[in-house]
Design a protein around this ligand. Structure first.
Ligand SMILES: [Fe+2]
Length: 313
């Protein structure tokens, strides 16, 4: 697969167009296939509908938005900010919830009084958040309260650009395919040494299928929705090895550096992104040497729209 677009050039044009239209937010597009930063903005205060509209436009056009310097944002303020973009999904693992805030998930390697503050490492492989839900989450918000001075970057890949860059023959081949998404399979793959799941535990983790190419409900653009890790693990109706090899090939292609933005965290960064058109991956850091504390919220999403439905409308 040798794609023929120049994402760098496309990003520069989009950024220029946006700058001229911006009235409320001071936004700097990154020199990368996606992402940009908002500076001199207080996300802790209420903001008007025009500003909300600009945030939404930045999400549509740049997928990842970084609001700098939200150092003293409180959990309540993070929840209020998140709710501007839709209903918040309650964190399903109680041990990682922030005390008194079940809608905030704590990611941290800090241990206080013998108790871990949160999940030490999360999402250290390419994935899109909660693809295993019938209605996967749309946006994820991550607030860096403490960040390590080295390592711990978050990688993002632009799934619009990856899809657009595929050869036409590949697009035709994959447009109508669906992906089998199974947390039961992922559990067995990640934890082969653990006790197998019981029938009740398996029943609580139902398998779903998702379109391999999804049409974004706001932009109408097609994005690869190949997922990652062992969760999205086969193609519906495909022989296992063929399905897995197609997914592997697509992920390898879609996460090449030309489609990727690497976020190097600064303390106080509030980073949020659209899961419907991107993959992301955490990277490791020295958890013995450095501390990290991040709060995460997610916004409820809708069923993924397959290409066929768009064509039928
Ligand atoms: Fe994630």
């Amino acid at each position: 697969m040798v794609p023929g677009i120049a994402p760098q050039a496309a990003a520069t044009i989009a950024a220029k167009d946006m700058e001229s239209a911006m009235t409320k937010l001071q936004f700097n597009a990154f020199e990368s296939p996606m992402g940009g930063e908002v500076v001199d903005f207080d996300a802790k205060a209420a903001f008007d509908d025009d500003t909300y509209g600009e945030f939404k436009r930045l999400l549509r056009e740049r997928i990842v938005v970084v609001v700098r310097d939200q150092h003293d944002m409180t959990p309540d303020q993070l929840e209020v900010f998140t709710r501007r973009f839709g209903g918040i999904k309650r964190m399903h693992l109680a041990q990682y919830q922030l005390d008194g805030h079940p809608e905030i998930w704590v990611i941290s390697n800090i241990v206080e009084n013998g108790k871990p503050l949160g999940l030490k490492l999360a999402g250290t492989m390419w994935h899109t958040d909660e693809m295993y839900l019938e209605n996967p989450v749309s946006y994820t918000f991550l607030l860096g309260k403490e960040v390590p001075p080295a390592g711990g970057d978050t990688l993002f890949a632009n799934m619009y650009a990856a899809y657009d860059a595929l050869p036409e023959s590949t697009k035709a081949e994959i447009d109508d395919l669906r992906v089998v998404v199974s947390r039961v399979h992922a559990y067995q793959a990640y934890y082969p040494d653990r006790e197998p799941l019981t029938a009740d535990e398996k029943a609580a983790l139902p398998e779903v299928t998702q379109p391999l190419v999804r049409v974004h409900p706001e932009t109408g653009r097609k994005a690869l929705y190949c997922g990652g890790g062992e969760v999205a693990w086969n193609i519906v109706g495909a022989e296992l090895l063929k399905g897995q090899s197609l997914l592997r090939e697509l992920r390898h292609f879609a996460t090449m550096p030309r489609f990727v933005y690497t976020h190097e965290w600064r303390t106080g960064d509030l980073v949020f992104w659209d899961n419907r058109c991107s993959l992301h991956s955490a990277t490791l850091f020295d958890t013995e040497k450095y501390r990290r504390l991040a709060w995460r919220t997610t916004v409820l999403g809708e069923a993924a729209i397959p290409v066929t439905r768009e064509a039928a409308e």
